[in-house]
Design a protein around this ligand. Structure first.
Ligand code: C5P
Length: 237
């Protein structure tokens, strides 16, 4: 098991697209992420397929509901044998504790790790104030939600690379920081407002990086994966 994996975001429409993307990676020790788009289309079938290939799985469904519903939902997800799942910290302490209870109850073997989304990267200070009526700054809420997640027993948070040093200071480096928004310096930023390279993420102290389009849209995805993984692993070539 990799301690600091590079997680490939499988943002595809269906199982066939995933299978054709993964063909060149056959036999590799991969960690992949399945999001709403793919899971809502294919359901557990996609998870069974990825597990049969021996891959580790981050099922990124960001649960946010009343505690009992989240508990039951997590119990079902844990029974699929995934490795990492997430909730919105905005659901509060009782909901996060219930999520953990559900995971314990449904786990086959080891409990999947549970991380929280603090604030979505699409949220900004103006939206916090004017729409959500939250008077604190975005970074104050990120710190406070991360602390709440840690106090509720969670294993970490999803965050931007820029937030990692601050979160490692507040929550300690054993608290996972899973960071999307990763690009090579030469890549397009797409719709990500703030991006970081794998080396930036390593220097900042990220626990895991999530890479989507930089790899999935590359001309040679396997080559691009190796390049980014080497940079993340600190391999100099
Ligand atoms: O293609 P790209 O590398 O930007 O994909 C990043 C992945 O990480 C996507 O699946 C996206 O949904 C996810 N993500 C993100 N920002 C967050 C949380 C998740 O980009 N704050």
């Amino acid at each position: 098991m990799q301690k600091h994996p590079l997680i490939i975001a499988l943002d595809f429409n269906n199982l066939q697209e995933v299978q054709s993307f993964l063909r060149p990676f056959k036999g590799k020790d991969l960690y992949v992420k399945v999001g709403m788009e793919l899971f809502y289309k294919e359901g557990p079938t996609i998870i069974h397929y990825l597990k049969s290939e021996g891959y580790q799985i981050f099922l990124d469904l960001k649960l946010h509901d009343i505690p009992n519903t989240v508990k039951k939902g997590m119990q079902s997800l844990a029974s699929l044998g995934v490795d990492l799942v997430n909730v919105h910290a905005a659901g509060g302490r009782t909901m996060m504790e219930a999520a953990l209870e559900g995971l314990e109850a449904g786990a086959i073997g080891k409990r999947p790790k549970l991380i929280a989304v603090t604030q979505l990267t699409s949220t900004n200070d103006e939206m916090l104030r004017n729409e959500l009526l939250i008077q604190h700054s975005l970074s104050e809420t990120v710190i406070s939600y991360a602390r709440l997640s840690q106090d509720s027993g969670l294993d970490g948070v999803v965050c931007s690379v820029l937030e990692v040093p601050m979160l490692n200071e507040v929550c300690g480096s054993n608290f996972l920081t899973v960071t999307p928004g990763i690009r090579l310096a030469s890549d397009a930023k797409d719709d990500q407002a703030r991006v970081a390279t794998p080396a930036d993420a390593k220097n900042a102290g990220s626990s895991m990086i999530v890479v989507g389009r930089s790899i999935t849209k590359a001309e040679n995805p396997l080559e691009k994966y190796e390049l980014m993984k080497n940079e993340w692993d600190g391999v100099t070539v």
